[in-house]
Write a protein that binds this ligand. Structure first.
Ligand code: TTP
Ligand code: MG
Ligand code: MG
Length: 417
């Protein structure tokens, strides 16, 4: 039996959480007497602890007086600063700055080396605290995660602020560390919002806030716009996200190429529907592409058909490479007016076969209106299982009728439904 579903989801609320001055804050747990002082993390691995223990034999590390710690002005050697406490940042010191330059700005700052084992230990701890409260967590490196608040109890209250507060408090209780959280309609905006009120802050952004809170920001604040893209945008007299949003998508595509240009336009308008993907067990895998120009199901059949097949092959390759098989196959379309349509279909057995995916995705395609030009096409495989775990279930064998459909010319699937 096949089950068809048209997903109705509640308002998406996505959080981005980022620890405050992470490496430095971990050192402050060991040396709480340095709280409130400018501290930078950097330099080679000097055995600061051993040196201090030796000098203050028999006394706990927390009792070593602050004056005993090494200072930036006495630091010899090159190297860059990894991070700095907020008091040090007031002097203009920050990540990636050379130690020499930092020493001129804040000679009295205390310098400590990073303790990677300790950092990793706290990283694991704060992430497991979050997972106990909200299970859908995407790991984005040592000190940050995305969290899907949408379905979590409290995740919708005050736009997510209530749940964010709970998570912040729970992390602090478990570790003594503070973090900042942004809650927004998607990852892109959440990532920006987590910086709005650092340290130890919570920022809640709604779709209606994009013009007032996102558009005034410099383009570089968009995660994905690096120094090169920023420089080019500046040459084109675009400095803020709002100025980027005011550009015609064709103009952006002309200057940055089809996928980057289209992505920039979406990003500037705060559009982003990337799911929160848990590292250990992904919920689904998908591939999508934004077209160079809008394509029409009838006029551009061949081109669309080829793109569609390629997407299916790529998703299948992703699944196979990572050792997953899936049961629900879906498509996503975005029309020229930016409306999105999705359809999916759950099949009998698990699959990672490109032809099966192509065939089922093709059936989904027949269930969406195709009169209007399209700007994006995506293919998704969900309800995943590990290849081995799914072995007990029968494989998705194409029935005779479906085998016949698979033999149809690709372009037919893009004909009027
Ligand atoms: P960030 O989250 O970028 O910075 P942070 O946590 O120190 O400060 P903030 O409060 O602004 O979030 O990075 C997390 C850790 O990653 C940081 O503590 C040190 C390390 N790091 C590097 O090793 N190199 C770098 O260039 C940066 C930016 C960070
Ligand atoms: Mg951080
Ligand atoms: Mg970070």
């Amino acid at each position: 039996m096949e089950r068809k579903s048209r997903t109705v989801t509640p308002r998406r609320r996505i959080a981005h959480l980022d620890m405050d001055a992470f490496f430095a804050s971990v050192e402050l747990l060991r040396y709480p007497q340095l709280k409130g002082l400018p501290v930078v993390i950097g330099g080679g691995r000097r055995k600061v602890d051993e040196m201090l223990v030796e000098r203050y034999a028999g006394r706990p590390l927390s009792e070593v007086p602050p004056q005993a710690f090494p200072l930036l002005k006495d630091y010899v050697g090159r190297g860059v600063i990894t991070t700095a406490t907020y008091p040090a940042r007031q002097f203009g010191v920050g990540s990636a700055m050379g130690m020499m330059k930092a020493a001129k700005l804040c000679p009295q700052a205390i310098v400590l080396p990073v303790d990677f084992d300790e950092v990793r230990r706290y990283s694991r701890t704060f992430k497991s605290v979050i997972r106990e409260i909200a299970p859908l967590v995407e790991d984005r490196g040592v000190d940050e995660v995305y969290i899907d608040f949408t379905e979590v109890p409290g995740g919708q209250r005050e736009g997510g602020r209530v749940l964010a507060r709970l998570i912040q408090k729970s992390i602090f209780e478990a570790t003594g560390l503070t973090c900042s959280i942004g809650v927004a309609p998607n990852k892109l905006i959440a990532k920006m919002a987590s910086e709005f009120d650092k340290p130890n802050g919570i920022s809640v952004v709604f779709e209606d806030d994009i013009q007032t809170r996102i558009w005034p920001l410099p383009v570089r604040k968009i995660n994905g716009i690096g120094p090169k893209a920023e420089a080019k945008l500046h040459r084109l007299h675009i400095r803020t996200i709002g100025e980027m949003a005011a550009q015609d998508v064709d103009w952006l595509v002309g200057n940055f190429g089809r996928s980057t240009g289209a992505w920039m336009h979406d990003a500037a308008w705060g559009r982003d529907d990337r799911p929160v993907v848990t590292e250990s067990e992904p919920v689904s895998m998908s591939r999508e592409t934004t077209f160079d120009r809008d394509l029409h199901a009838v006029r551009d059949r061949a081109e669309l058909g080829a793109i569609f097949t390629e997407l299916c092959q790529k998703v299948a390759a992703d699944l196979q490479r990572k050792g997953y098989v899936g049961k629900t196959i879906g498509i996503k379309l975005r029309y020229d007016d930016f409306r999105i349509a999705t359809r999916d279909q759950t099949i009998e057995g698990f699959t990672a076969d490109p032809r099966t995916i192509r065939q089922v995705a093709g059936q989904c395609l027949k269930r969406v209106p195709l009169k209007q030009p399209l700007r994006l096409l995506g293919v998704r495989v969900g309800k995943l299982a590990r290849e081995g775990d799914a072995a007990a279930a029968p494989p998705a064998a194409p029935a005779p009728a479906t085998a016949h459909r698979a033999a149809e010319p690709i372009a037919d699937l893009f004909g009027p439904a």
